[in-house]
Design a protein around this ligand. Structure first.
Ligand code: 2PG
Length: 229
């Protein structure tokens, strides 16, 4: 049996302010810091030890992982960061308040932007300061890889190579793996692992700071999944 723990970062400042975040590199809120430590304490209490951890290049996930590993006294383990684990890129919605966006475009349109796996949020223009091509951490990406907008299906398409080429080989080496990422990059991954339909993934919400344990058989079929409490 293979086992992996997925952890969504603790609450961020923009989660608290109810703003679309995406690839914006916002920090954890004080509550998010508490949630991250609590996640680490839970993992420690349940006896989890990790050989390797994977996270995004966004500080809310990096710091959550760090705080959780500190609680476990496992700050020493190797950590790999990849843009492929970043949050779904929210295009021109990034920075907007979600309630104000509902007031402007209507609840149904905003629900689709947020949860319909095929719906694209409005795209950014490449000269927009929010375009990731202006950011040194993405300098190695090709123009095709740099998003202007992303739906959940496209998020899955860029998460998947990291899953198959990096995370699964670690699991097959029988390493204990922790992945600390984001609401939508983890939803995309769970959709893939669990073979969820587009309708089913619409209903899936992963809470901040709650370790989600997934047990898989050797063919990577999901056996069980549960949140640690
Ligand atoms: O703003 C975001 O990037 C995400 C996660 O906080 O929001 P949503 O849950 O609306 O997809």
């Amino acid at each position: 049996m293979l086992k992996i723990v997925l952890l969504r970062h603790g609450e961020s400042v923009w989660n608290q302010e109810n703003r679309f975040t995406g690839w914006t590199d916002v920090d954890l809120s004080a509550e998010g810091v508490r949630q991250a430590r609590q996640a680490g304490a839970l993992l420690r209490q349940h006896g989890y030890r990790f050989d390797v951890a994977y996270t995004s290049v966004l500080k809310r996930a990096i710091k959550t992982l760090d705080l959780a590993l500190e609680e476990m006294d496992q700050l020493w383990i190797p950590v790999q960061k990849s843009w492929r684990l970043n949050e779904r890129f929210y295009g021109a919605l990034q920075g907007l308040n979600k309630a104000e966006t509902i007031a402007r475009y209507g609840a149904e349109q905003v629900r689709k932007w947020r949860r319909d796996p095929l719906e694209h949020p409005p795209a950014l223009a490449p000269d927009d300061p929010r375009y990731p091509g202006h950011d040194a951490r993405y300098a190695h990406l090709t123009a095709r890889e740099l998003p202007l907008t992303e739906n959940l299906t496209e998020t899955l398409a860029r998460v998947l190579p990291y899953w198959t080429e990096t995370i699964v080989p670690a699991l097959r080496r029988r390493q204990q793996v922790l992945v600390c990422a984001h609401g939508n990059s983890l939803r995309a991954l769970v959709q893939y692992i669990d073979h969820l339909t587009d309708a089913e993934v619409t209903q899936l919400d992963i809470p901040t700071g709650s370790p989600l344990v997934i047990e898989l058989d050797d063919d990577l079929n999901r056996l069980q999944q549960y949140y640690l409490t």
